[in-house]
Ligand binder design. Sequence first.
Ligand SMILES: *[C@@H]1O[C@H](CO)[C@@H](O)[C@H](O)[C@H]1NC(C)=O
Ligand SMILES: *[C@@H]1O[C@H](CO)[C@@H](O)[C@H](O)[C@H]1NC(C)=O
Ligand SMILES: *[C@@H]1O[C@H](CO)[C@@H](O)[C@H](O)[C@H]1NC(C)=O
Ligand SMILES: *[C@@H]1O[C@H](CO)[C@@H](O)[C@H](O)[C@H]1NC(C)=O
Length: 457
Amino acid sequence: MQSVSTKLLLLLSILNQYYLLATPSRVHSISPIPNEALPTKSGYLQVNSTTKSAMFYTFYEAKEPNLLLSETPILIWLQGGPGCSSMLGNFYELGPWRVVSSQGHNVEKLALEPNQGSWNRLFGLVFIDNPIGTGFSLATTTEEIPRDQQAVSKHLYKAIRAFIALESLFKTRPIYVTGESYAGKYVPAIGYYILKRNAGLPTSSQVNLVGVAIGNGLIDPITQVATHAMSAYFSGLVNEKQKTVLEKVQDEAIGLAKLGNWSVATDARSKVLNLLQNMTGLATLYDFRRSIPYEEDLVTTYLSSMEVKKALGANVSIDFEVCSDTVGKILHEDLMKSTKYMVEFLVKHTKVLLYQGEFDLRVGVVAAEAWMKKMKWDQIENFLEADRKVWKVKGKLAGYVQKWGSLSHAIVSNAGHLVPADQAVNSQAMIEDWVLNRGLFSDNGIVEHLNPSYNSE
Ligand SMILES: *[C@@H]1O[C@H](CO)[C@@H](O)[C@H](O)[C@H]1NC(C)=O
Ligand SMILES: *[C@@H]1O[C@H](CO)[C@@H](O)[C@H](O)[C@H]1NC(C)=O
Ligand SMILES: *[C@@H]1O[C@H](CO)[C@@H](O)[C@H](O)[C@H]1NC(C)=O
Ligand SMILES: *[C@@H]1O[C@H](CO)[C@@H](O)[C@H](O)[C@H]1NC(C)=O
């Protein structure tokens, strides 16, 4: 017969095991940022000297610049949302170091790991938390958070000017504005704003904008929303009856937007996506292959560490959220509005890259083709007639590129909505070739590279 104390020990051990299994949230251990992973510069760029509202940024200088630093391009990255932090791009997608998780005994360990495909190999790279109220950016009052793209651009322009003023060497460097998803609004809007401002300024005071690149961008929502049913149907994910149901709700969203009933139109678009989610039962519409959604929470958890916030020069009293509901709600009414006319302006005066991961069902390839076809640009017929070429990196299929003049369209293979998260090295090859007019992005589309050390095709 067992003694009472043995029974008690057994009971305790069972309870303990139960407790461990039932622990509701994982315990995290967060490694500090190693010195070599710290940004070259980071901190705040004021957007209003009265209210002191300011945008948070992290800047990483080019690791292996192949031009003089005064001529080395700078890429600005803007996250979508609306209201998502560019720290997601920084620490989960295209930055030089990314958060990775490893499992210890009942502890999830988060640490930074070098990213072989980071976009700051040849170029400077700056991530800006835009608009104010997003990520570590500071909105002194909620009323100051912008409600439309004109207001977003006003703030962003101030922040970009403040960034350029940080170093005399920044003044001459070519600037490319890049971003993803809802940044299909921000990127054309700030590009348009900069060019309009430049027109009234002497060259020495202009922002040296040379191009814009947009990944899986929401640009002309009325056209894009009309493609969900078709692209899901031809991907084999819904049947004809479901396609008809989706088309009905799509038409509702389009009708409401055409009436200028913007907020309700945004709700109708959400209804389309929710229906599609419900019908397909996918883990995420951002990539129909995935068995689990993208893990944005890794970044949230990593950036909740006091030590990490201090090291980045972020305001430690801000509770970091990867996406801000407050900003999302404030821009709800803006969501269905088009920035197509701004892209049309940019393609005439700068160069434009539109790229999409091929497995995104929310803002994917079919949706992009649909609105690009409707672009008002005297070269659009030539673009539509241009060949879509097979694009390879290190001899392997990387996607497809179609180019005419200042407009390039790239489809990235084996990627969903967050292209650099899925295809870091290929996305790096894409942005480098596009910026430097090389490979399939060169004017004559010659495939060979002049620089033998460069290994994409
Ligand atoms: C700064 O914010 C105040 C208060 O919201 C506003 O009245 C003012 O116009 C802003 N200044 C600039 C230059 O945008
Ligand atoms: C917007 O659409 C909704 C739903 O059809 C309708 O109830 C509402 O009155 C409309 N609002 C405006 C301002 O037209
Ligand atoms: C879809 O919605 C219906 C009705 O609300 C629900 O019964 C069903 O479980 C949902 N299916 C999925 C896959 O979410
Ligand atoms: C830091 O953020 C807090 C909370 O948002 C704010 O009240 C404070 O003014 C900020 N500090 C600085 C130096 O901007």
